[in-house]
Design a protein. Structure first.
Lengths: 261, 299, 330
């Protein structure tokens, strides 16, 4: 059964921002969503979670597990979020509450989706931080977001998302705001965690090299329209759509060591 | 607080109002243009009335032939006050006083404040801390209080009012300017400009001022309204320009005793004040787009 | 901003408090100097005000000696400061009564007036501002926002006049002015006298506060951290309560301090409308009569109040926002 099934998703504001996009992600599947800024990929992710900003409306069908997201009430969506899918955003500094300690923020989803309380909960928080390879979890738990580095913050965000034990993890440009040296580590971490837990992964990025590391299939978005989809290896070898071709060519020019299996 | 002597307001302190980035032609930008137009009309009306009052009023200002507290009729469109003076005439003169006070105070406060703020913006460390603390103390000093002291020293007049309000305003403008200047100085293009050998005066003229004046203009527009309200309060307390150059605040003070028998006298000047200040505020709102195109996202 | 390794925060709150208290005292000193210069630089010898009450030259000279204006400026400052520090404000030139008790009885009016008005303003502004932001796209959201726009354009004394007209003169449910001569001996009477003034000030203050609350709420509602909380399965109310309130309070608290501080003396206009014997009215009267000891006393007390309020507001902000605590140029 699909963890996520998107059919004919259209997002409208003053203009059409996402136009009739369809794709599906099964358990254990890894799907990449590639496009430049303005292609509607982030909006697609938000639409999947039912978190579109005010003023934008979605139509079509988005099924998370067995729940239809489009048209669902906020209460229904609150029940579904976290459990069916969790999302890691691009900018970890603003994604975390600046006035709350890291430990308290990680504890929130743990409390909601787990049974631990009190001391056991505090231990679970530290475990969650260790799982994302954060050294000195006690210190980090006591710290505030502005006191740790960007890479550490993103790991915390991943920990919070995973604490929900979601069936699907959506990662929206999770490494774009990080230093290059840190990017590789975070990607490896994501890769391993998704694999270990058998989650579905929807990985959104503008960077072909990054996407090729973590996913098997991709959907290419250009200005809100899905112009090509398929197995990543095939796309890289023989891109059909002119836009895909230009993406691959540009990536090749920048990265001569692009590897595809 | 309007009418109570302070100028604390989101824009007065230089914080941009949260809102979406305004695209030209978008719904919000249209709302802003409407604000500008409506505000412009309101203020324009008052300006028109004030200008006309320089040449003509229905009756001479000190004409008391009208019969006390008479109701509106053909001869006196809004009736008369307790001494028989035509209300329309007094309102027109009040418009002139209001605009003169506002303009004078903004001029004084603006020039003083920007200069002081520029200086403070460049100050470093302990000097900076001291100046900031000084400004905060000056700002906490209610405008009315300052005005009272000035009036005590110089006597009640339009000039005293302008001086007092302008001084109080300069502290607020100075603090805002200081914050803005510091923000600009922290930018990379300043460092770039200096490393390429530009002198400080040129940097100020070419980089600091252009980036600072849009927000300042919006703020000064708001201060105009606050100055008008401050003057009204002063006049209400009897510390403003004396008749025949009575301002709207004075009119309200006089009308208070007879409010039940002649309500128009207590309503019309108030309405006039509100219209002028709302108009000015709307213009300031409409100018915000021009002021800061790089507004933060709200959603 | 460079990431800073987590520092142990224990004990720094105590140190910060000491630092702020020291700063408070220094500010008080600074303000005293300003006050001193301000008063001494006003034209005319203060003691000459006594001429109006028909004092003899000897009495005037005695007064000059008492307030110290017969000595050079520099010598006057320290004794003057010492007097103020012990709250001994001397006696009024006009009434010959001690200034301290007079100020105290005025404070008995101004302090409750200011505080109650402030609370009422909060009670009005927080929900209205929140709704104005939350439902900013609806007609009533825009209406609320527009009303606050109107509210900041209305002079406080005009609202006072209108309220008096309706509630005191027309309907006669509340007194038109004045305050019981036995102060708070009868609390209900005192409160009835303060009711309309409190509402007047609260209305004006809330118009301004609404705009701040609305702005802060818009920021919170559009924030990424709220989105994160919701994406992790939190309800809207839960997320706003757990994350929004504290974050939204930060900009609002700073403005609350300023509003409260300026209302203290700024309420003089409202006091005038309702003939309340408050601190502001005392000051106006004293300035009019050149009653120096009174002027000094009132200004000192209100400066003290302003600085203390500022200190408390700053403390509150630091308690809420840990980013302000790390110091070191963050």
């Amino acid at each position: 059964m699909s963890v996520l099934s998107v059919s004919g998703l259209t997002v409208r504001g003053d203009t059409v921002l996402v136009d009739d996009v369809s794709f599906a992600v099964d358990a254990g599947d890894r799907l990449g969503l590639i496009g430049e800024s303005g292609s509607g990929k982030s909006l697609t992710a938000l639409a999947v979670m039912g978190l579109l900003p005010a003023g934008l409306a979605a139509s079509g069908s988005v099924r998370l597990g067995d729940v239809e997201v489009v048209g669902a009430s906020d209460r229904e969506l609150t029940r579904v979020r976290g459990r069916a899918a969790a999302i890691v955003f691009q900018e970890p500094l603003t994604a975390l509450d600046p006035l709350m300690r890291i430990g308290a923020q990680v504890a929130e989803p743990l409390r909601r989706f787990g049974a631990e309380r009190g001391r056991a909960l505090r231990a679970a928080v530290l475990d969650a931080l260790r799982e994302v390879r954060l050294a000195e979890p006690e210190r980090i738990a006591r710290a505030y977001p502005h006191q740790i580095s960007g890479g550490q913050r993103q790991r915390v965000a991943i920990a919070m998302a995973l604490a929900c034990r979601p069936a699907l993890l959506i990662a929206d440009e999770p490494t774009t705001a990080l230093d290059v040296t840190v990017q590789a580590d975070v990607l490896t971490l994501l890769d391993g965690l998704v694999r270990d837990r058998g989650m579905g992964l929807l990985f959104i990025s503008h960077d072909l090299a990054v996407v090729s590391r973590v996913t098997d299939r991709v959907v290419v978005l250009e200005r809100g329209v899905a112009v090509e989809a398929g197995v990543l290896a095939d796309l890289l070898r023989a891109p059909q759509h002119p836009y895909t071709r230009s993406l691959v060519a540009a990536a090749r020019k920048l990265d001569t060591a692009l590897e595809w299996s | 607080m309007s009418g109570l002597g302070s100028a604390s307001e989101p824009a007065a302190l230089g914080e941009p109002e949260a809102g979406t980035v305004v695209a030209p032609g978008s719904r919000r930008s249209r709302r802003r243009s409407v604000a500008l137009v409506v505000g412009g009309v309101l203020v324009g009306l008052v300006v028109l009335v004030a200008v006309v009052s320089l040449f003509w009023t229905p009756y001479p200002p000190d004409d008391t032939t009208g019969g006390r507290l008479s109701a509106p009729d053909g001869a006196h469109w809004l009736g008369t006050d307790k001494l028989g003076r035509d209300l329309v005439t007094r309102l027109m003169i009040g418009a002139r006083i209001a605009l003169q006070t506002g303009a004078g105070a903004v001029l004084l406060g603006g020039v003083l404040g920007v200069l002081a703020g520029l200086a403070a913006g460049f100050a470093q460390r302990w000097l900076d801390d001291t100046l900031a603390a000084l400004l905060d103390i000056l700002i906490a000093f209610p405008t009315l209080l300052l005005a009272m002291l000035v009036v005590a020293a110089r006597g009640a007049s339009l000039a005293s009012a302008v001086l007092a309000i302008g001084l109080a305003m300069s502290a607020i403008v100075a603090r805002l300017t200081r914050v803005l200047v510091k923000r600009v100085l922290a930018q990379d293009y300043i460092t770039a400009s200096r490393t390429s050998g530009t002198s400080w005066p040129r940097v100020i003229v070419e980089h600091v001022l252009p980036n600072v004046w849009p927000t300042l203009v919006v703020n000064l527009a708001l201060q105009f309204g606050l100055a008008v309200l401050a003057e009204a309060s002063l006049s209400y307390l009897g510390l403003g320009p004396p008749p025949p150059n009575a301002s709207w605040g004075q009119l309200l003070q006089e009308a208070q005793a007879t409010v039940l028998t002649a309500p128009i006298g207590a309503i019309a000047p108030g309405v006039a004040l509100v219209l002028l200040v709302v108009g000015v505020n709307l213009i300031a709102d409409g100018l915000r787009d021009v002021a800061d195109p790089t507004r933060r996202r709200s959603s | 901003m460079k990431p800073v390794t987590v520092r142990r925060a224990r004990g720094s709150l105590g140190r910060y408090l000491l630092r702020r208290l020291a700063f408070l005292l220094v500010s008080l000193l600074l303000a005293s100097v300003v006050l001193f210069l301000l008063l001494r630089l006003l034209p005319g010898d203060p003691a000459n005000a006594l001429l109006s009450v028909g004092a003899t030259p000897e009495q005037i000279e005695a007064a000059r000696h008492r307030i110290g204006t017969d000595r050079p400026l520099a010598e006057q400052f320290l004794p003057w400061l010492g007097d103020l520090a012990t709250f001994s404000f001397g006696t009024s030139f006009v009434s010959s009564l001690p200034v301290g008790p007079e100020i105290a009885s005025r404070l008995a009016v101004t302090v409750p007036l200011t505080l109650l008005a402030f609370l009422l303003a909060l009670v009005i502004a927080v929900p209205v501002g929140f709704v104005a932001a939350w439902r900013s796209r609806t007609w009533y959201g825009s209406l609320l926002s527009g009303l606050s726009q109107l509210g900041i354009a209305v002079p406080a004394f005009w609202i006072g006049i209108l309220l008096v007209t309706v509630f005191a003169l027309q309907w006669r449910v509340l007194p038109a002015g004045g305050f019981p001569s036995d102060d708070w001996a009868s609390a209900p009477d005192a409160l009835r006298s303060l009711a309309l003034p409190i509402v007047t000030i609260a209305l004006v203050m809330s118009a301004s506060l609404i705009r701040y609350v609305r702005s802060a709420t818009l920021d919170v509602l559009g924030s990424d951290y709220l989105r994160t909380a919701r994406s992790l399965g939190s309800s809207f109310v839960g997320a706003v309560w757990r994350h929004g309130v504290r974050n939204g309070a930060v900009p609002v608290v700073s403005i609350l301090g300023i509003e409260l501080a300026t209302t203290f003396l700024g309420a003089v206009v409202v006091e005038s409308v309702f003939a309340l014997p408050g601190l502001g009215s005392l000051l106006v009267q004293a300035i009019d009569q050149h009653d120096y000891p009174v002027i000094q006393g009132v200004l000192f007390v209100s400066t003290l109040a302003v600085l203390v309020i500022g200190f408390l507001a700053d403390l509150a902000q630091r308690l809420i926002d840990p980013r302000l605590r790390s110091g070191v140029g963050t």
